[in-house]
Design a protein around this ligand. Structure first.
Ligand SMILES: [Mn+2]
Length: 301
């Protein structure tokens, strides 16, 4: 298929600068081998970002504006049968990206690869950082403000799998439990192995769908290995395991509708370690997407 990279240069959803610089930096590296097309979106430089700790809805309107624009453009291009690869940016951009894929493909599952579950609501959030509300918004679990631009289906919780989680706020845990999404922790990965977990994840997320949206948050990787993220969590997976998860994904590309790589923060990176991993991950996906055949779309499981 032909591919379209959507650069989503935003850090409006997190209480720290830097993630907005990720896509431009990665695109510079990707340019050397990428023959496909790209559209770059950058948050308005003049925005005065809320850094007020007690603000429970930090940059809410700015996040929504950014996402509304990204969403509209992605919907158009997905209809033109491009395979979308979104590069963040903080994880709030996935609200636009995943819902755009759902708008066109209607029945979609999602695999959320992340140290966090991103399942807060405006009521439960401790930080007010909207990137921590993103998966709940995609699942239609409250947070309707964050998807006002989307008038299609949401992604059902029964087709939602979180992989690698190891950090949840107490009230966020309740949200996750109520919602009914499936969670595999970093510990589960170590105990059962990547293949078993991914088999299970693809089965659940792919059930009676047109395919699966993959969201890959770099903070699933241990910060010793990948320090260039805004909210690092210890006890993450190794670089090898990160590549194995990606390997599984590209080997099952016929089931994959879209992919994103988010939360690369160049300002936090050390010796370009995280950048190199991000580049390897996305390069594999670009190649696999280019080899994907349109007619491979399926409904199986
Ligand atoms: Mn995340």
């Amino acid at each position: 298929m032909r591919t379209m990279i959507f650069g989503a240069g935003t850090d409006l959803g997190v209480n720290m600068d830097g993630a907005s610089l990720g896509p431009v930096q990665l695109m510079n590296d990707i340019k050397s081998f990428y023959k496909g097309e790209a559209m770059m979106f950058q948050q308005d430089k003049d925005i005065i970002k809320s850094r007020n700790l007690s603000d429970r809805k930090k940059n809410e309107y700015e996040v929504e504006n950014f996402n509304s624009n990204l969403y509209k453009n992605m919907v158009d291009k997905i209809k033109e049968e491009y395979f979308p690869i979104m590069i963040g940016g903080d994880h709030s951009a996935t609200i636009a990206s995943a819902l755009a894929v759902t708008k066109v493909n209607i029945d979609v599952g999602i695999i959320w690869i992340d140290a966090h579950t991103d399942y807060n609501t405006f009521e439960t959030t401790v930080t007010g950082n909207i990137h921590g509300l993103s998966l709940a918004a995609i699942n239609g679990y409250k947070n309707s403000e964050l998807r006002y631009f989307h008038d299609g289906k949401i992604i059902q919780t029964s087709r939602t799998v979180i992989i690698g989680a190891r950090s949840m706020d107490e009230s966020e845990k309740d949200n996750v439990r109520y919602s009914g999404v499936t969670v595999f922790t970093a510990k589960d990965i170590h105990e059962k192995g990547i293949n078993a977990i991914m088999d299970e994840a693809f089965k659940i997320a792919g059930y009676r769908t047109k395919g699966i949206y993959i969201s890959y948050d770099l903070d699933i990787i241990d910060p010793d290995t990948a320090p260039g993220v805004s909210v690092p969590e210890f006890d993450g997976i190794t670089e090898d395991e990160a590549m194995q998860i990606n390997g599984y994904i590209i080997n099952h590309m016929k089931d994959v509708l879209a992919y994103d790589l988010v939360e690369f923060n160049p300002l936090r990176d050390v010796n370009r370690k995280t950048e190199q991993i991000a580049l390897n991950l996305v390069a594999q996906v670009i190649r696999a997407a280019e080899n994907k055949k349109k007619w491979e779309y399926k409904i199986t499981y």
